[in-house]
Design a protein. Structure first.
Length: 369
């Protein structure tokens, strides 16, 4: 139906309303096309909930618009669409390409609506601008998960090394732990000259490379850059993750310590790739910070789409409790490096984690039912 323009003050002509109807429809369809695979294929409930929220906000905004100009559907005119019969873009090579195409569709549609709404109501236009920024933010997180997420996917045992806490030689301890199942190493040296830490990082880089493990540096972006480390782990008062990425580049793995759900919720938009979740228990490496307890493990999972490593006196005597609280990744320091046999300690912890994962593997029928 090609409805003619109304002469009521403040109501645009039928062409503008027809465009808004089509563009709102394209935006909400695009958001749903991203939301569903995020929920069922990627199985990331936090990210999926974010897309769902944006889609619902679009629907609410359309209702506000229609309260001013009347329903948009009567202006729909498929028979008059000059591009209706044009072929589509063709087959998508993979899920990432599929999502990228639909995210582009969402961004373009949101901007088009935002500009058209300027003809009607500035507040409505501003609301769409906020939705557009939300799309950008969600898109950035999703791109990070696709680009750097695979590097973390199966790395469940994260080792923190500090020379003064090692039972034996730092490098022999690290190599033994890697043979035992650790797959990420963080060099954590707080009170040594920068040159010494850089030398240590370079030696650890050789060891981790030989074991296909990641090397991260605690706090110091410069040492991470100069040593060729895979990335850096930052605290809440350190350089922001997105600023660190400007120095380290798009491939760097950047972790962020979090101690509450609010910090966990902000981590992805700040540019982090994973969370440090804790300290779960009181620990000598975090003497200045009170333990947050095991409840925070699930709180962090509900707040953030990023993987999280439970940290804080995680060792053989506490691992079962941490896993039972919902953890599927852990960061361990003295529970490995202070042991007489770091290989056996790492192997034992790794075996426990893998057994836990096997028991708690998602049931495909439940996912898609």
């Amino acid at each position: 139906m090609n409805k003619t323009a109304t002469n009521e003050p403040g109501i645009p002509d039928s062409g503008v309303l027809r465009t808004l109807d089509a563009t709102f429809q394209r935006l909400t369809e695009g958001l749903r096309t991203v939301e569903d695979p995020t929920r069922f294929h990627l199985q990331n409930p936090v990210l999926a909930a974010g897309w769902q929220d944006l889609r619902r906000r679009c629907g609410a905004l359309r209702q506000k618009l229609e309260s001013k100009v009347g329903r948009l559907t009567p202006y729909r005119d498929l028979s008059g669409d000059p591009l209706l019969d044009r072929p589509g873009a063709g087959k998508h090579e993979n899920l990432q390409a599929h999502l990228a195409a639909n995210l582009s569709r969402c961004r373009e549609s949101a901007r088009s609506i935002e500009e058209l709404l300027r003809l009607i109501d500035a507040d409505l236009s501003h609301s769409m601008q906020e939705i557009r920024y939300g799309i950008y933010s969600q898109d950035s997180v999703m791109q990070g998960l696709f680009h750097r997420g695979p590097s973390l996917a199966e790395r469940r045992l994260y080792l923190l090394v500090t020379e003064s806490l090692c039972h034996g030689d730092l490098y022999e301890t690290t190599e033994a732990a890697l043979r035992g199942g650790a797959s990420i190493v963080q060099l954590r040296e707080k009170n040594r000259p920068t040159g010494e830490i850089l030398d240590m990082a370079r030696r650890l880089r050789d060891i981790t490379s030989a074991h296909d493990a990641l090397l991260l540096i605690n706090d110091d972006v410069t040492i991470a850059k100069l040593s060729g480390a895979d990335g850096v782990h930052l605290g809440q008062k350190d350089l922001a993750p997105h600023e660190a990425r400007k120095i380290l580049g798009p491939d760097a793995i950047i972790g962020l310590s979090t101690h509450c759900a609010e910090q966990a919720a902000q981590a992805a938009t700040l540019g982090a790739d994973y969370l440090g979740v804790g300290p779960i228990h009181e620990t000598q490496t975090k003497q200045h910070r009170r333990a947050v307890g095991t409840d925070y493990i699930l709180e962090a999972q509900k707040a953030s789409p990023l993987p999280g490593y439970a940290i804080g006196k995680v060792e053989d005597t506490t691992l079962d409790v941490v896993l039972a609280a919902g953890a599927d990744r852990v960061a361990v320091c003295t529970g490995i490096i202070s042991r007489e046999d770091p290989f056996a300690a790492a192997e034992h912890l790794s075996a426990k984690i893998q057994a836990h994962l096997k028991i708690n593997a998602p049931n495909e029928s439940n996912i898609h039912g």
